[in-house]
Ligand binder design. Structure first.
Ligand code: EPU
Length: 420
């Protein structure tokens, strides 16, 4: 088992380059199943969720060639199975995108019930509602999901909750359906737009991605023969922005889309730190004093992302005064607060709200990442804290951050990975 040992107290300084977005990449990879041909995908983050996605695609018959650590050429001309390996699909969340993709391509699919971070209940009823509206029969039993259709016919689907997964999955299943599908109350996250852009590059006809109404005009086939570069990771960029504030540092973040970071920028300015949007792709964040308190409410894009809630929680743990965070997406996203309290924070989490009484400083302790973003938050806490922090359960962090300790080390953090 690996752990990170972090000697805290160094303000982070320098430049960091953001990788491709995890939550776009792990949807674009299964989306390649809708193509009968070859395409090249660049700027894939080198993370374990991407590696598992590629392994699943290979087991289904896709041929994948790695051109470099972040680029693949994938040939999905011959897919030999519609049964995705249950053990692998249960390992991560985005395996649910195989349902939309294989339904679209083959009208039949079997996958294991998706796993992923434990953030409380993660229903997929809205995905299923969408597949059924297009004409599929879906069964969930014995830890598996099976879906079949004679044919898929476009329809209007209103999502009862704004769901990234359901929006993308319905889009995937509708691309090759007959006629037009409309998704109302669609999610607007940058990764939803990126998946639509990928599919359109390959010949799909999707309009309105990035708004709450997406219209998909079914096409007969996708052509492949194109290269697509995954959008920069909004959440990774936000993680480094908040790390700059937390460590009272000065970081220039390259290869990000500053427009996607407006909600984080607004909060960073509100708590008294500084942000400079250099050219739309580069942002500088610095902080030279203890931040002020704030109130945060997570919300679907363009609101404050739930996936940055633990990271801003770390910042607020040493802010001046009492801060409040209301988590509106996940029931169990405050598990990290118990770990931060071990480091001297004073946080009371009750249900989907938490009260942060700002303390002067954090002190080192052994802590356990309970999920991906909690893990990133604990690394930031270790960088801020006095003494040597040990962070365990790195498998969560490795699922979603490429080279995280190297990126922090290049910014001056004293951080090393040790195998026990
Ligand atoms: N929901 C339903 N029914 C559904 C689908 C969702 O009730 O059929 C509810 C969920 O319970 C939740 C809300 O709708 O309360 C939003 O869920 P969403 O479907 O948007 O979440 P997801 O697709 O499962 C993705 C990201 C998460 C991120 C959320 C919200 C992936 C693989 N995961 O999850 O990312 O928190 O959107 O933005 O894209 C992470 O990267 O650390 C992570 C957890």
């Amino acid at each position: 088992m690996d752990k990170l040992i972090i000697t805290g107290g160094t303000p982070l300084k320098g430049e960091v380059t953001i990788s491709g977005a995890k939550n776009a990449a792990i949807a674009i990879l299964p989306a390649t199943l809708l193509i009968k041909g070859v395409c090249t995908i660049e700027n894939l983050p080198n993370i374990s969720d991407v590696k598992i996605s590629c392994k699943i695609l290979e087991e289904l018959g896709a041929k994948i060639e790695w051109l470099d650590t972040n680029t693949i050429r994938i040939d999905t001309t011959n897919i030999t199975s519609t049964h995705a390996p249950l053990d692998l699909t249960r390992k991560f969340r985005a395996s649910y995108y195989l349902i939309g993709s294989l339904l679209g391509r083959s009208k039949s699919v079997e996958v294991g019930l998706p796993g992923g971070c434990n953030l409380g209940p993660r229903p997929i009823d809205q995905h299923i509602k969408g597949f059924e509206a297009l004409g599929a029969k879906v069964e969930v039993a014995q830890g598996k999901i099976q879906a079949k259709a004679k044919k898929l016919i476009g329809n209007s689907i209103y999502l009862d909750v704004v769901s990234v997964g359901a929006t993308i999955n319905v889009m995937l299943s509708a691309v090759l359906a007959e006629g037009t599908t409309t998704i109302d109350n669609a999610a607007k996250e940058p990764h939803v737009v990126d998946v639509a852009n990928f599919l359109n590059t390959m010949g799909a006809d999707i309009r309105g991605a990035g708004t709450d109404v997406i219209k998909i005009n079914g096409v007969k086939e996708l052509h492949g023969n194109a290269t697509y570069s995954v959008v920069p990771d909004q959440i990774e960029a936000g993680t480094f922005m908040l790390a700059a504030v937390a460590s009272r540092g000065d970081i220039t973040i390259k290869n990000c889309i500053t427009k996607h970071l407006e909600c984080v920028t607004a909060k960073i300015l509100e708590i008294g730190a500084h942000v400079e949007d250099i050219d739309g792709d580069t942002i500088r964040v610095w902080c030279n004093k203890r931040p002020n308190k704030a109130t945060i409410k997570t919300a679907p894009y363009p609101g404050f992302p739930t996936d940055l809630q633990p990271q801003i929680g770390v910042v607020l743990s040493t802010a001046k005064g009492t801060s409040i965070i209301n988590e509106s997406i996940w029931d169990s996203r405050f598990q990290y607060t118990a770990e931060l309290n071990k480091m001297g924070a004073n946080i009371t989490a009750t249900g989907k709200s938490a009260v942060f009484e700002g303390v002067d400083e954090l002190s080192a302790a052994p802590v356990y990442s309970t999920d991906l973003r909690a893990g990133a938050a604990l690394i930031i806490a270790g960088i801020m804290a006095r003494g040597k922090t040990e962070v365990y359960n790195l498998q969560h962090i490795d699922r979603g951050y490429e080279n995280i300790e190297n990126k922090f080390r290049n910014l001056g953090a004293k951080i090393e990975r040790v195998s026990e």
